[in-house]
Design a protein around this ligand. Structure first.
Ligand code: SF4
Length: 371
């Protein structure tokens, strides 16, 4: 351990005991053997939040009464730079990461995001394939950015859209942005050749559940994959209640009552969405049922927050700080051991335990680590 830590030139003492313990784990890395967590799940997907800021205030994610004018967003100096992000991604790849999803807050607010996409799209996976770079956006800035993102090497994009009705959309996003702006962004993404383009609708009882069929009909035969997401108790600010959840089964029943559906297989192990196709060739939809059909057993996702903290679950309460050792000059071995050590000890399965465990006091906010 002393040898490992000696590569950190100064202020070793400032590295927390927790981090030193992870670094000291010094797991012998046989790169032919996938890195598994304590529940035998590999590390395959890395979600990277590039900003904690957003130009909307969706009530289930960033309620304005919490994220108001007084809210302390992270100062620029505390954000990982693109170079720091790219360096960390290069360390995650040998540990098994094959896909990157850029999130936020709203990632298109981060100036020069295309440069980061370019830096990541140049990288290859362990298997020598191009690293898949995806992005999740609220679509407000997408019409202007779609082509430059595509040119930078972005592979796929997901756009959050909870309603086609301006009144409902503005209520849920707590903004005065017209739905048309997001629809224009989606059309621009298709024109730019981003594929697949997915649209994510968070369904809340009473709020927008009456629009499930309208959304389904709007995107049938469009080539866009529409996914319905069960309303989740993310973070500690959205006042979530179980009785406001519309289950995936109910969502599918409502659509199947009008259009025959058949289930299709996952694209890859650990895919969060359950996939369905219209029997009449109208395209594909999906449901993400984190509340009623939990999928922790094959969750392969790690999350890198805007300020460099590593989290191993969307509903985590704490993470480990990679930015401090990185900025203190830690060698790649130290950083790799921190990541591998943390993943190796991972036992997260929040959704599986949701109904039986005490809800943690302070879960991290989704707007800080991305969905
Ligand atoms: S609750 Fe946590 S462990 Fe379970 S699927 Fe979601 S992110 Fe993964």
């Amino acid at each position: 351990m002393a040898k490992l830590l000696s590569s950190i030139p100064i202020k070793v003492a400032s590295i927390s005991k927790e981090l030193r313990d992870y670094a000291a784990l010094n797991l012998p890395r046989n790169h032919d053997v996938p890195l598994l967590d304590s529940l035998q799940r590999p590390l395959r997907d890395l979600r990277i939040s590039v900003t904690d800021r957003c130009n909307l205030r969706c009530t289930y994610c960033m309620p304005r009464d919490v994220f108001d004018e007084q809210h302390n967003f992270l100062p620029r100096s505390e954000l990982l730079s693109f170079e720091e992000i790219a360096r960390l991604v290069k360390l995650f790849i040998p540990l098994g990461v094959q896909k990157i999803r850029l999130t936020g807050g709203e990632p298109l607010l981060r100036r020069g995001i295309e440069r980061l996409v370019e830096m990541l799209a140049r990288l290859n996976t362990n298997a020598g394939k191009p690293l898949e770079v995806a992005l999740t956006t609220n679509g407000v800035l997408l019409a202007q950015k779609a082509q430059s993102l595509k040119d930078a090497g972005l592979s796929r994009i997901s756009v959050s859209l909870d309603s086609l009705n301006n009144t409902t959309f503005r209520r849920m996003s707590d903004s005065d942005v017209p739905v048309g702006t997001v629809l224009d962004g989606i059309a621009a993404a298709q024109r730019a050749g981003l594929h697949p383009v997915k649209v994510n609708m968070v369904v809340q009882r009473v709020v927008n559940e009456h629009e499930i069929l309208a959304m389904a009909e709007h995107f049938r035969h469009s080539g866009i994959v529409l996914r319905f997401i069960e309303y989740m108790d993310v973070g500690s600010s959205n006042g979530w209640r179980l009785d406001e959840v519309v289950s995936a089964r109910v969502i599918l029943e409502r659509i199947a009552a009008r259009y025959a559906l058949r289930q299709i297989g996952a694209n890859y192990p650990g895919e969060v969405a359950e996939r369905w196709q219209y029997a009449d060739g109208g395209g594909e939809i999906g449901v993400i049922a984190s509340v009623t059909q939990v999928f922790c057993h094959d969750c392969t996702r790690a999350r890198l927050a805007t300020d460099g903290k590593l989290y191993t679950c969307l509903f985590a309460t704490h993470g480990i700080d990679l930015r401090e050792p990185l900025r203190l000059g830690a060698a790649d071995t130290i950083l790799t051991n921190l990541i591998a050590g943390r993943w190796g000890l991972r036992d997260d399965r929040y959704s599986e335990l949701r109904a039986t465990q005490q809800t943690p006091d302070k879960k991290i906010e989704m707007s800080y680590i991305g969905g």
